[in-house]
Structures are given as structure tokens and as C-alpha cells.
Design a protein around this ligand. Structure first.
Ligand code: NAD
Length: 478
């Protein structure tokens, strides 16, 4: 018997959770539930994360968490519970299946069946932001090799487990050659290990346009955090079923499953909420822990209920609906249909019997790291690159010299264009004239010269090669 931590959440949470648990229990799945407190009440008791200590203890003990939506109280100081959960528990993979259920649920894409797998911990969501000059703020985009490998392997293993045919990677490596370039490179490496699964890469802008236009051409999509955030919402929306979609947040030791919608305070307590989103989260959970029969039974009974026209108010329509039901009546109809298959909607692709085993990383890291130069970032109100350069050349010494200045990434010295707009934020690249590598003490000396010459350094970035490969971008126009 597997124990699952369960949070009933806020708003419609308790209603849809009761309905979902009733359906799970009716399948005979070998699971039991342990209720924990999270959400509004916990926030208002003064806990800024919204999660009680007992809840953390239970989730870490049971390692599987089924969560109803919660309400984040208005006003400052309350941290996003979802972000806290994902980061604290290392839930690196966000898995969101987006299927259409035409004609029972309206959609322009009646045959789409896409699973978006989004990296959940890195990228611009590391939340490392700084304002460096009066006019410039930056956010650090962190893409790691192990993080990329973990999510990409997860996507291929997911495809294998659920008998899917293709994995598509989205990145913007034509522009971000180091960060997105790393993600794409790791994708190519990992794809080679799965010759039976087709693999392809799209630049994220045109790829997103393509997915919005012809989602039926996609199967499993894997991408980094920010793109995944956007693409998974687009994909759920065009399936016509934001309210019907569930998602999984998978980590090496714990996993959390939920609906993608919120706590719908406008209909809370009315007993009319649709429990389907949470139920689909629960189906993913059952698949994940190896209760694949219960998962398939629920999914198929649920599809049959949709086909029967037994609909909650949010999806009720005159063409396909036969009976408008409340939350619990809907659950009872699903239970009634357990063991039956849908007549028209495609039956769920069955998962493999054994539980999903998370893949291990195997790609090696580069061995040799050499310091080739340093980018010194300077705050200077001077708008003229030539005069900024002449100030900075006072930092030159021995064989170390200023070789380039960029402003917002565009080369403005030497040979800049008058048309280029310049801010106070100058990236100034120093390298050695000779073949020798730079040393850390050279950087200290550069900074000391900056101090002597009243140059306002706001940060430095070391320029490395790794196994001889350049680990930094060139200036645009360089
Ligand atoms: P929402 O998803 O709660 O509601 C949007 C609209 O969809 C409302 O009209 C609502 O009635 C309807 N709706 C949502 N789920 C439904 C269901 N199961 N059945 C029928 N109708 C449904 O989004 P919101 O109003 O922006 O947010 C409400 C609260 O939920 C906020 O406090 C927000 O922070 C929180 N929220 C929580 C989560 C989560 O816990 N994962 C996710 C999103 C929003």
C-alpha cells in the first residue's frame, strides 16, 4: 500500500479533491491518503511559504504529493507556494499533457495530443537579478549541463515509457549560443542514445508558431523553463481544455501532481466545479507510481463520461451535452463507467507496467579550463564610445589590453556606428596580446588600475575555454 500526501487546498480545492479521491478509491488502487495543510490558512497563520512543517514532513516521507489548487492571499510578503515546492524539493520536470477532446470540448485542433516537458528549476527563473547602473538591470540566465541532461533524458524516457514516437527540442541557440547552445548540444547527444525515437529541434519562435498552428505534428516537446512556461500554456489553451489539464512536477526524491487551474474562488462552495484537471493530475500520479491499470481505467471512464454528455457547467454546451451535473455527480458518473472504454475518443496510450524510473546522467564534463581574458563591466555616463575607450586604455598593462567594448552586446569600439544607442552599461573586454593565458592576479591588477583611474567597475566575467572550446560569446558585430 502506497501512502500519498494530499492537500485539499482552497476555494474549490476541497470539492474537487473529494471527488478525485472517491474515484481513485473506487479503482481499487493500492494507495492510501494522508492529509496535510497548505495554502491560505497556513499563510494567514504567519507562515510566509504557505506550507506547514507537518506538510513538509509528510511529503518528504511519502514522496508523492497530490495537491489541490490554493489561494495566495493578496498583499506582499507571501511567497509562491508552487515555486517554493518545486525548488525546495528539486521537482525538475514539469510534465503537462495537452490533448483535445473534440467534439465534446471545443477546439480548433481536434486531433492534438502533445506532452510539454518543461525544465522547472533553472534558466531565468533562478531569480538572480541586479540593477547595475541607473539605466540597466540584468537577470542571469543559468543553463547547466546536468540540468539540461536530466530534463532531456526525462523527455526521452517519458516517450519510451508512454510509447510516444518523437521528442522535439525548442531553444533559441541561434542567438544564445552558450546557454541555449548547451541545451541543444545536450539534446543532440542524448537523442543518439534513443535511435527508436525520432528527434528534432526547432528555434523556439517559429516552433511555437508551428505548435499553435499544427499541434498535431508534435508529440513530446522538451524545453527550458521560460519557453516551457509559455509553450505549455499555449498548448493547453489551444487544446481547448485549460480547465481539464493536469500536470506533474517530478523530482529525484519527491513528485507533486495537480490541476493547472487555480482555486476558482468565484464558484467555491457551489459544488459545480469540474474535478477533471485534478483527476488528470491524479492519473499521471498513478501512472508514475506504477498503478497503470487504475490510471488507464480512470482515464478511459472519464473519456466515456465526456462522450456520454455528462458535463459540469464549465464545459456544458447544447450540441454535445446531455446532462449538467455537479462535482460529485460527475465523479459518480466516472465511477459508474470504470471498466468501460470510450467509443470515439482515442483510448489512452498505455504506460509500461513497471513504475517510471528516473534516468541517470552520464555525459562527461569538459576537463581543461583556461582563462583567456576578462570582461570588465563599467558604469559610465559618457555617451561616446571613443572617449570611454580612451579612459579604459589607462587600465592596459604589460601584454594585457582593451580589445573591444560593447553596449547591450553590440560592438561600439573599435569601429562602432554612430547610430548605435548606448546606455551607461559598457562591457569592456581585456585579453593578452601574447599566447599566454590570463592569470587571476592580472584581473586584480586590472581592477586596481580601474580604481586608480576612477573607473566605476560594476562586475567582471572571466573568459574561459573548456577543452579548447570558447565558453563566451563574441560581441555582436565583432
Ligand atoms: P482560476 O483558474 O482559479 O479561475 C479562472 C476561471 O476558471 C474562473 O472563472 C473559474 O471559475 C474557472 N475555473 C477554474 N477551475 C475550474 C474548475 N475546475 N471548474 C470550473 N471552473 C473553473 O484562476 P484565477 O481566478 O486567476 O485564480 C484564483 C486563485 O487561484 C488565485 O489566488 C491564484 O493565485 C490561485 N492559483 C493557484 C494555482 C495552484 O495552486 N496551482 C494555479 C493558478 C492560480
Amino acid at each position: 500500500m502506497r501512502t500519498i500526501s494530499v492537500a485539499k487546498g482552497d476555494g474549490i480545492g476541497p470539492e474537487i479533491m473529494d471527488a478525485t479521491l472517491k474515484i481513485i478509491k473506487a479503482t481499487g488502487a493500492q494507495v492510501e491518503f494522508e492529509e496535510v495543510a497548505i495554502g491560505e490558512k497556513v499563510y494567514l497563520e504567519g507562515n510566509t511559504s504557505g506550507i506547514s512543517q507537518e506538510a513538509w514532513d509528510s511529503i518528504r516521507k511519502n514522496r508523492i504529493f497530490l495537491k489541490a489548487p490554493i489561494t495566495t492571499p493578496q498583499g506582499g510578503g507571501y511567497k509562491s507556494l508552487n515555486v517554493t515546492m518545486r525548488k525546495t524539493l528539486g521537482l525538475y520536470a514539469n510534465v503537462r499533457p495537452c490533448r483535445s477532446y473534440s467534439p465534446y470540448v471545443d477546439t480548433k485542433h481536434p486531433t492534438m495530443d502533445v506532452v510539454v516537458i518543461r525544465e522547472n528549476e533553472e534558466d531565468l527563473y533562478a531569480g538572480i537579478e541586479h540593477q547595475q547602473t541607473a539605466d540597466v538591470a540584468q537577470c542571469l540566465k543559468l543553463i547547466t549541463k546536468p540540468g539540461s541532461e536530466k530534463i532531456i533524458r526525462y523527455a526521452f524516457e517519458y516517450a519510451k515509457h508512454f510509447n510516444r514516437k518523437k521528442v522535439t527540442c525548442f531553444s533559441k541557440d541561434n542567438i544564445m549560443k552558450q546557454t541555449d547552445g548547451l541545451f541543444h548540444k545536450v539534446f543532440n547527444e542524448v537523442a543518439k542514445e534513443y535511435p527508436d525515437i525520432e528527434s528534432e529541434h526547432w528555434i523556439v519562435d517559429i516552433g511555437t508558431a508551428k505548435i499553435a498552428d499544427t499541434p498535431e505534428d508534435f508529440d513530446v516537446v522538451v524545453t527550458s523553463n521560460l519557453y516551457g512556461d509559455i509553450i505549455s500554456d499555449i498548448t493547453a489553451q489551444i487544446a481547448g481544455s485549460v480547465g481539464l489539464a493536469g500536470s506533474g512536477n517530478i523530482g529525484a526524491s519527491c513528485s507533486m501532481f495537480e490541476a493547472i487551474h487555480g482555486s476558482a474562488p468565484d464558484i467555491a462552495g457551489k459544488k459545480i466545479a469540474n474535478p477533471s484537471g485534478l483527476l488528470m493530475g491524479a492519473v499521471q500520479m498513478l501512472d508514475y507510481i506504477g498503478e497503470v491499470k487504475a490510471a488507464a481505467d480512470i482515464q478511459n471512464a472519464w473519456l466515456k463520461t465526456l462522450e456520454d454528455g455528462i458535463h459540469t457547467a464549465d464545459i456544458y454546451n447544447d450540441d454535445n451535452s446531455k446532462r449538467k451535473v455537479g462535482t460529485m455527480e460527475f465523479a459518480d458518473a466516472v465511477i459508474e463507467n470504470l471498466g468501460k472504454l470510450p467509443n470515439h475518443l482515442p483510448v489512452l496510450k498505455p504506460a509500461k507496467e513497471k513504475p517510471f524510473v528516473l534516468p541517470q546522467n552520464t555525459l562527461p564534463l569538459p576537463q581543461k579550463k583556461e582563462l583567456k581574458g576578462v570582461d570588465v563591466f563599467v558604469d559610465d555616463q559618457d555617451k561616446n564610445p571613443e572617449s570611454v575607450a580612451s579612459k579604459l586604455q589607462k587600465m592596459n598593462f604589460d601584454d594585457i589590453e582593451l580589445v573591444m567594448i560593447t553596449n547591450r552586446g553590440v560592438k561600439v569600439w573599435p569601429n562602432g556606428f554612430d547610430e548605435t544607442f548606448c546606455t551607461q552599461h559598457w562591457r569592456c573586454r581585456f585579453t593578452t596580446k601574447s599566447e599566454r593565458t590570463l592569470e587571476k592576479k592580472d584581473i586584480v591588477q586590472l581592477l586596481s588600475k580601474a580604481l586608480d583611474n576612477d573607473i566605476d567597475v560594476i562586475k567582471t566575467e572571466n573568459l574561459y575555454t573548456f577543452d579548447g572550446e570558447r565558453g563566451f560569446s563574441l560581441g555582436q558585430g565583432q
